[in-house]
Design a protein around this ligand. Structure first.
Ligand code: 2P0
Length: 323
């Protein structure tokens, strides 16, 4: 009897040029292209097992059964793409260090896209997998790929997908996640970006500026200009957060310690160690630096934050099937 079962692992990614707004809510088409780094430390393992006797999908997260309409909707999209219309038992485990607050829909939907299509005996190429993952969560589009990835904004379902950016460099890049808080965010990414698109008076300038940032950060990557690379990433993140401050109603993801962390990174930089921060839809601050400077930067940060709140990650691989 044929086995309709597969398991996959996908790693989370952190955007250095941010996605923050959709031009199509249903297809999840972004307003601008984005660029990210997939990380080795944080990932999701997901198994999918189709069973023709089931009348609906069953979803378990970290061992507990969940009612998650987004997952059910995503499985319908998978069924449209595979033509295989059984329901499934889905078991997902997030491998994120305790209390990191870094669990992400990026790794979740990238792993589910691969496991759910493979379990239906479909071997889709990465471009197609990236398009399917996009329908679950925008940032998942990029987690199909390892290392640096660019999500091409596209104009329709066919043309909006991620691709790897394979530039040679000797940076041996690292990302330090400074764990500030692991509480659930007050405003979800989905809601936050929608409010911003609808109300920020700066939104049209953001799109122009993000497009320029994307072009320039790729030039910096190609020319191995780490200083310029980091400066663009940091500035792009702050512009995204400025949108939130300018929305109606306004909101923000800063905790007091987020601001302290950003100021400390700027001070470490003034000591001569290149390091740059970014922040997403939560208070944790992520810092990029070269491995050669990592120990000095960590030592400086340890003067302000407990060592176990400083998590170091390196570039991680793309989504992969598990045995
Ligand atoms: C990003 N973020 O580019 C941006 C920057 C957070 C801040 O993508 O609505 O969970 O599911 O597409 O992907 C987080 O938002 O939102 C995100 P949906 P998603 O990584």
């Amino acid at each position: 009897m044929a086995q309709y079962q597969a398991s996959a692992r996908a790693h989370t990614n952190i955007a250095l040029i941010k996605y923050w707004g959709k031009k199509d809510q249903q297809l999840i088409l972004p307003m601008n292209g984005s660029l990210s780094l997939t990380l080795d430390k944080f990932y999701t393992d997901t198994s999918v097992s189709y069973d023709k006797n089931l009348t609906q999908d069953e979803f378990y997260l970290n061992g507990a059964q969940k009612e998650d309409p987004k997952v059910m909707h995503f499985m319908d999209i998978v069924r449209q793409n595979t033509g295989f219309d059984s329901h499934a038992v889905i078991k997902s485990t997030n491998h994120v260090p305790t209390a990191a607050g870094l669990a992400s829909s990026a790794s979740a939907y990238a792993a589910l896209a691969l496991a759910a299509t493979a379990a239906a005996n479909k071997k889709f190429d990465r471009q197609k997998l990236s398009r399917i993952a996009r329908r679950g969560s925008g940032s998942a589009t990029r987690s199909i790929f390892g290392g640096f990835a660019e999500w091409l904004e596209g104009t329709d379902d066919q043309s909006s997908y991620a691709q790897p950016l394979e530039y040679e460099n000797d940076w041996d890049i690292r990302m330090i996640a400074i764990v500030i808080d692991d509480q659930p965010k007050k405003v979800s990414s989905r809601q936050g970006m929608q409010t911003v698109v609808a109300t920020s008076p700066f939104y049209s300038e953001w799109i122009k500026s993000a497009k320029t940032d994307l072009k320039n950060i790729k030039t910096a990557l190609a020319s191995q200009d780490f200083k310029h690379f980091g400066e663009i990433a940091e500035s792009n993140a702050l512009k995204m957060h400025a949108l939130n401050l300018s929305a109606q109603p306004h909101f923000n993801y800063f905790a007091p310690a987020s601001i302290i962390a950003m100021n400390i990174i700027e001070e470490i930089r003034e000591l001569g160690y290149p390091c740059y921060y970014t922040m997403d839809a939560g208070p944790n601050v992520k810092v990029i630096c070269k491995n050669a400077d990592l120990s000095v930067i960590l030592r400086q940060l340890q003067n302000h934050f407990p060592a176990d709140h400083l998590l170091v990650a390196a570039p991680g691989p793309g989504a992969q099937l598990l045995d």
